[in-house]
Design a protein around this ligand. Sequence first.
Ligand SMILES: Cc1cc2nc3c(=O)[nH]c(=O)nc-3n(C[C@H](O)[C@H](O)[C@H](O)COP(=O)(O)O)c2cc1C
Length: 246
Amino acid sequence: MFEVGELVKRRAFIAYILAPALSAIVLALIGFGGRDRRISGPLEKIPLPSPRYDSSLSIEYALKVRRSIREYENKPLTLDQVAQLAWAAQGITDKSYGFRTAPSAGATYPLEIYIVVKENGVAGLSEGVYHYLPREHELEVVKRGDYSRELMSACLDQEWVREAAINIVITAIYERTTDRYRERGKIRYVHMEVGHVGQNIYLQCVSLGLGCVVIGAFYNEEVKKILGVNEEPLYVIPVGVKKGGW
Ligand SMILES: Cc1cc2nc3c(=O)[nH]c(=O)nc-3n(C[C@H](O)[C@H](O)[C@H](O)COP(=O)(O)O)c2cc1C
């Protein structure tokens, strides 16, 4: 029979050393976890057209007319438009420091951008789930296939998810911010940041003649499963060509 001291030591060993080590190995094997997202295997990359830095539509006009749009033309987006939206969300605007279009607490950048493209949703881009790489201004293919119906179901059957040409999904890797700011990072900073990104996307949509709506009502686990990543989804944003223009 073990002595009590021996038993406590064994339990501590299992709880604090063995279990975390095993879970780290399992997570590494299935390609999840850590501060940086990891999806197993090298992913196919798609270079994006450079973003534009000017427009005939003023920021004041975009602010004035912006609305949440839930009805779209049955038309594909162009790759230029997808590139512009990804850049508006998280594009790098200062190469030396890596600063982006949206502010971030301590420049910790906890947010990731995914684009779920439905069949014929984007001219020249097949249906699938893509991840935006801000530094490279490229998309990487996470998986192929039309997930718009599953995504609609994950969003409590909100039809605009299925009808939109694409859905932008913003996820968070909280540790990037909580490592520095602890609890305040989790309950405040990361969620403030996603609001900045959402507004950037809204205004960029107006400028491109597109419409979007931010969606907060969804089943987290279902959205995670569709993306195939262990990150926390914060917004799903259907985007399509706005009926009748702005
Ligand atoms: C945090 C948040 C969550 C939202 N979730 C949803 C949603 O799940 N579905 C939806 O259709 N609209 C959603 N909206 C959009 C609001 O309904 C919309 O912003 C509001 O009605 C005001 O309209 P406007 O954006 O056109 O000014 C959400 C907005 C915010 C800020």
